[in-house]
Design a protein around this ligand. Structure first.
Ligand code: FES
Length: 118
């Protein structure tokens, strides 16, 4: 049986290409740091884990975007990821993507779909 979606935050908490919201997700049976951002009007969530080394990406809590607000960038060595897909765009991620989580926007809230199976 699928688990119910879990509310992460209010829609209003996520500005276009602004600060992300950090949360914890269940991934492969473990609790893992994750985050959600808004980009091109849609919400996208990923594990907060660089594919280069398993470090959290944010420069400061919730700061994931580059200076232009276009791509996600790892604060440790500068790997660059697409905000909409998590695909590695350059740097030490060497083609390795972020782990994408299923999120949706419903009734003014951002929800994590199937939170037990991230
Ligand atoms: S840990 Fe992210 S680029 Fe090295």
């Amino acid at each position: 049986m699928a688990r119910e979606a879990r509310v992460i935050c209010a829609s209003a908490d996520l500005e276009e290409s602004g600060r992300g919201v950090r949360f914890e997700a269940s991934y492969r049976g473990e609790t893992a740091a994750a985050f959600v951002v808004r980009h091109d009007g849609r919400v996208h969530a990923y594990l907060n884990r660089c594919s280069h080394i398993a470090m959290e990406l944010d420069w400061q809590p919730g700061v994931f975007f580059d200076a232009e607000g276009r791509d996600l960038i790892c604060s440790t060595h500068g790997a660059v990821y697409s905000a909409s897909t998590g695909k590695c765009l350059g740097g030490p991620c060497s083609g390795g993507p972020l782990v994408k989580l299923a999120v949706a926007e419903r009734d003014g809230f951002i929800v994590l779909e199937d939170p037990g199976n991230g």
